[in-house]
Design a protein around this ligand. Sequence first.
Ligand SMILES: Cc1cc2nc3c(=O)[nH]c(=O)nc-3n(C[C@H](O)[C@H](O)[C@H](O)COP(=O)(O)O)c2cc1C
Length: 196
Amino acid sequence: MEFAEVVRRRRMVRSYRPDPVDPDAIERIIATARRAPSAGFSQGQYLVVVTEQETRAAIATLGGEDGYVADGFLPWMSAAPVHVVVCVSEADYHARYRERDKLNEDGSEIDWPVPYWYVDVGATLMLLLLAAVDEGLAAGFFGVHRLEGLNELLGIPWNVTPIGVATIGHPAAEQRQGSAKRGWKPLEDVVHRERW
Ligand SMILES: Cc1cc2nc3c(=O)[nH]c(=O)nc-3n(C[C@H](O)[C@H](O)[C@H](O)COP(=O)(O)O)c2cc1C
């Protein structure tokens, strides 16, 4: 599929058919996601791929699926045949930036202009979502507000932060829009040329 078409088609999908997903497609999606850039090539991004139904149900509970159902959505989290828990290790960035080529002249670690670990894990998530579309699949994302529940459930080390869960599967025919129905802001409100 053309790149522009992949980007255009990508929407957060919150309704899936129960059919399983080709495991080779998942491997290709993951291989694409791991090509995300990272500051200093720290590569602090990690993925936990979950297909077991019981575990997906437990993740859906942590994601507050009940609330979505109460709002009129189908139980899309537990129904999605694949969950990819997207994680980042801030510690990996500090370790990398304490290497000689990254230190300040006085030997101290840089003052981080922004938390690059969250920038990088966002790039990983985006590649994951786009790669799913490129495979003819659909993807969504949900935040989990009880993050430590995910660490515990999946044995994720305590110094690794799961930033949320991507759902992947075949989209159901009927889709219900979430916040996207608000529409896009006008381009001129978003893009400033030469200066803000
Ligand atoms: C960081 C982030 C967190 C999000 N969290 C949730 C979430 O918890 N539940 C959900 O249904 N959608 C979530 N979304 C999806 C957004 O609501 C969605 O991207 C937005 O409404 C635009 O729709 P579109 O992606 O289909 O264009 C999240 C998106 C991002 C980027």
